[in-house]
Design a protein around this ligand. Structure first.
Ligand SMILES: Cc1cc2nc3c(=O)[nH]c(=O)nc-3n(C[C@H](O)[C@H](O)[C@H](O)COP(=O)(O)OP(=O)(O)OC[C@H]3O[C@@H](n4cnc5c(N)ncnc54)[C@H](O)[C@@H]3O)c2cc1C
Length: 397
């Protein structure tokens, strides 16, 4: 006998947990289905999520106005998420964008300035001397230009944000089921959802937010037009004696325009669950294409891409003083890309919806992506500030 719900959200990650919360704000018959984070990666036999970490950069500053808008709307809600959940997930330490000085209106820094004319926020346009005064010890190429966003920017713990959203969802009488969906079948006007632990759920409307595993678990009637990239991060461990004020440094995004240098993003010192402090770096021009379920599982259990490890470790030791690091560890994760560069938020067949495709940028903006998805499934409503066409399935095909 199946349990009946009006709404089912599949995928309890950043987008799914936010969407489920917003649906439950309006309806008391909602189930969220998705596995919890495994205790260890290596012994885990099942799917993973892209939120198993302590640091994601958050900022409004962006070259793209849609992403800037989604971030601004989400960051506005961080305080209320904390107030309702009492789970602390956000550190407002600021975010620093670094690129070469240029007169080209399309340069990285000039594009951020241009987009801020549409999506307004406070920022400082600084030179190297001003950055050195604020953040002693950071080293960037001579010809660098800097945008510093101090308010509504810094970093979030994606792991804790998911916990907070699920906590609020269950406080709103939502039902959370830690399980993997392996089949969704349309029966007359509803869907029968089957899970790996043999549970059966009936729902009138279904929203799938499965991130990088959406296609691999084959639960949709179509393959979404998404590409999956395996990404590697390096964590530089800092001894507590070298910690200085590095916890208060901003999150950094650096687009150098020099041969041999790579695009990177760097989080400041963050305390991880093992009680050690790490400065995390990711990015680079190297990544690994992931094409199957098995490749994805193997990727999560691997140490990552050697070219990427070499490139980002070098960048870390160039931007931060190398002597503060005791040792380095690596970790892996996947990102989900669409042709449009935005998530696909759409009804792909009657009453079956998707919200998938973070494009490496959705953690900070997941709350509002969840809200848009919830508005669509609840009332067929859409925020006119976001171009619906860009986020449609057809746009990404
Ligand atoms: C290394 C790295 C660094 C990043 N840095 C940033 C950053 O600095 N700032 C930023 O904003 N973003 C960043 N991102 C991107 C951000 O983490 C993702 O965009 C975000 O996690 C996407 O959210 P999601 O809900 O789509 O996917 P996820 O968070 O992965 O959630 C999807 C969930 O669905 C579940 N699922 C899948 N299939 C099924 C199924 N069949 N049944 C049940 N559950 C299922 C999965 O287990 C998972 O828990 C980064 C990503 C990576 C990998």
């Amino acid at each position: 006998m199946s349990k009946r719900f009006e709404f089912a959200v599949i995928g309890a990650g950043l987008i799914g947990s936010a969407a489920a919360k917003y649906i439950a704000t309006n309806n008391n018959n909602v189930i969220l289905i998705g596995p919890k984070e495994p205790e260890t990666k290596i012994n885990h036999n099942g799917i993973f999520g892209s939120h198993y970490d302590e640091g994601r950069i958050t900022r409004i500053a962006d070259t793209d106005t849609t992403w800037a808008y989604l971030a601004k709307k989400s960051i506005k809600k961080y305080d209320s998420i904390f107030n309702f959940s009492k789970i602390d997930f956000y550190k407002q330490v600021g975010q620093l964008s670094v690129g070469p000085k240029s007169n080209n209106i399309d340069s990285y820094i000039n594009s951020i300035i241009k987009s801020s004319e549409e999506i307004a926020y406070d920022y400082h346009h600084l030179n190297k001397e001003e950055i050195n005064t604020r953040y002693n010890n950071l080293k960037f190429p001579e010809n660098s230009d800097f945008i510093l966003q101090l308010n509504d920017a810094g970093h979030i713990s994606p792991r804790r944000l998911v916990k907070a959203q699920i906590k609020i969802f269950t406080q709103l009488n939502g039902t959370y089921l830690s399980s993997i969906v392996n089949n969704i079948k349309k029966i007359q006007s509803s869907f029968i959802i089957k899970t790996s632990d043999k549970q059966e759920i009936e729902a009138q409307k279904v929203l799938v937010c499965g991130g990088g595993f959406t296609n691999f678990t084959k639960i949709l009637p179509i393959e979404l037009p998404i590409k999956i990239r395996g990404r590697t991060i390096v964590l530089g461990e800092i001894n507590i004696n070298n910690l200085s004020d590095y916890e208060l440094y901003p999150s950094i995004i650096h687009y150098p325009d020099l041969s041999g240098r790579h695009y990177t993003y760097i989080l400041p010192a963050i305390k991880y669950p093992d009680d050690k402090y790490y400065i995390k770096i990711g990015g680079s021009n190297y990544y690994t294409d992931i094409n199957t379920y098995d490749e994805s599982i193997a990727w999560y259990k691997s140490h990552g891409n050697n070219d990427e490890i070499e490139a980002i470790t070098k960048e870390l030791n160039t931007i931060y003083p190398s002597e503060i690091f005791e040792n380095y560890t690596t970790s892996t994760c996947i990102t989900t890309w669409t042709k449009s560069g935005y998530p696909i938020i759409d009804e792909i067949e009657k009453n079956l919806y998707v919200s998938v495709g973070g494009n490496g940028s959705a953690a900070k903006s997941s709350d509002y992506i969840g809200k848009i998805s919830s508005d669509l499934i609840l009332d067929n409503k859409w925020d006119d500030q976001v171009n619906k066409n860009f986020l449609s399935l057809n746009y990404s095909i």
